[in-house]
Design a protein around this ligand. Structure first.
Ligand SMILES: C[S@@+](CC[C@H](N)C(=O)[O-])C[C@H]1O[C@@H](n2cnc3c(N)ncnc32)[C@H](O)[C@@H]1O
Length: 343
């Protein structure tokens, strides 16, 4: 039987005029930018999959997947057949396989709600999950993280919210604390948990290789492809160079870092020369200067690099506390299970 896909009103599925009002102000601001979620249409999600599979420097996928496999038993220990697992920014949910398999083996059933804004990609991922796990009670939700959490909060049963791929690090800094407060307010029952994966790699050479690799550049370039489609625009790939710049706090003790002073990547393009781009669907032209940086995220942090204590400080402010924490032997990645504080 075809399973129903739930949808919320979000930019990716909204009308053209909503898209214009969401994206155009960033293109016309100084510096110019598009929000990071914009890269994730179907093609962008496929290109991101290539990053995870073909970029030899992108350890996030491999290390996090093996941490999840290794600690499956501890993660699912307190959940039973009435539980709901909801994955924020699910993508193809491939990292979830070990948890799903273990829950089906232990309890015989699981309600799983992958939440993502990339509608067509989520639909395809749902087909694959249905084929692989026919007994899974799968209910994809197309929409923003926050809308998805709101929906899941209204359901009965212990809940595990899962946020993998260090995707939290792509949330603009000013929205991080409010986001974690929303998570905190969503954890209602005493078995409810929030599982988060964070990249804690700080060696500049590794970070630069990860984000400078051609698979990452191709993924980033999908922003120009999508703009051309959505705005009948003429962004020329050859006029823009992939830009990935790592902000390292060399002179600081990383353990003492404040959340306001993080290490992060800036991602976007450098305009190779002065030129003008036309956006025909909105009758607008946009001028680029030579060497101008055009960001593919809200200017500021992107792919932030943490240490766990730094993240924990922010989580504590939001009313979340660490229940369990796992890292790999190379200390490249942290997988943390959090719960609501007892206030
Ligand atoms: C870095 S990928 C991670 C994919 C997968 N969870 C993993 O760990 O490999 C981020 C995913 O989040 C989705 N996404 C980005 N912004 C979102 C938002 N605001 N609400 C819901 N999904 C979002 C993207 O479409 C993409 O699938």
């Amino acid at each position: 039987m075809e399973k129903q896909i739930l949808e919320s009103a979000i930019p990716n599925t909204a009308t053209q005029s909503d898209l214009v009002s969401t994206i155009l102000p960033g293109l016309q601001s100084c510096p110019k930018y598009v929000p990071h979620w914009y890269v994730y249409d179907k093609l962008g999600s496929e290109l991101f999959d290539r990053v995870t599979n073909e970029n030899p420097h992108y350890h996030l996928y491999r290390v996090e997947t093996s941490l999840l496999k290794e600690h499956t038993g501890s993660i699912i220990r307190n959940f039973d057949e009435s539980s709901i697992f909801a994955e924020l920014g699910a993508g193809n949910s491939s990292k979830m396989h070990s948890l799903i398999e273990a829950m089906l083996e232990k309890e015989g059933s699981l309600r799983f709600i992958p939440i993502d804004i990339a509608k067509e990609f989520l639909e395809e991922s749902a087909k694959t999950l249905n084929e692989k796990f026919p007994s899974l009670n799968l209910q994809p939700f197309v929409g923003d993280y926050v809308d998805g959490m709101e929906y899941v909060k209204s359901l009965q049963g212990p809940k595990l919210f899962i946020f993998l791929g260090s995707s939290f690090s792509n949330i603009p800094m000013a929205q991080m604390l409010p986001f974690l407060q929303t998570v905190r307010n969503t954890l209602k029952g005493n078995r409810d948990r929030f599982l988060i994966g964070l990249d804690i790699t700080r060696e500049p050479e590794i970070v630069e290789e990860m984000y400078g690799h051609f698979t990452f550049a191709d993924f980033n370039r999908n922003v120009l492809t999508r703009l051309n489609k959505d705005f009948r625009a003429n962004f020329m790939q050859e006029n823009f160079e992939h830009y990935a710049n790592y902000h390292k706090n060399n002179d600081k003790d990383t353990k003492g870092l404040m959340v306001e002073d993080p290490e992060y990547i800036e991602l976007g393009f450098r305009s190779k020369h002065r030129h003008t781009v036309s956006l025909d669907s909105v009758g607008t032209k946009i001028a680029f200067q030579e060497d101008e940086i055009f960001y593919t995220h809200v200017p500021g942090n992107m792919s932030m690099k943490w240490d766990w204590q730094q993240f924990e400080k922010l989580a504590n402010l939001a009313g979340l506390v660490t229940d369990q924490l796992w890292t790999d032997p190379g200390n490249k990645f942290a997988l943390g299970l959090l719960k609501a504080d007892s206030k």
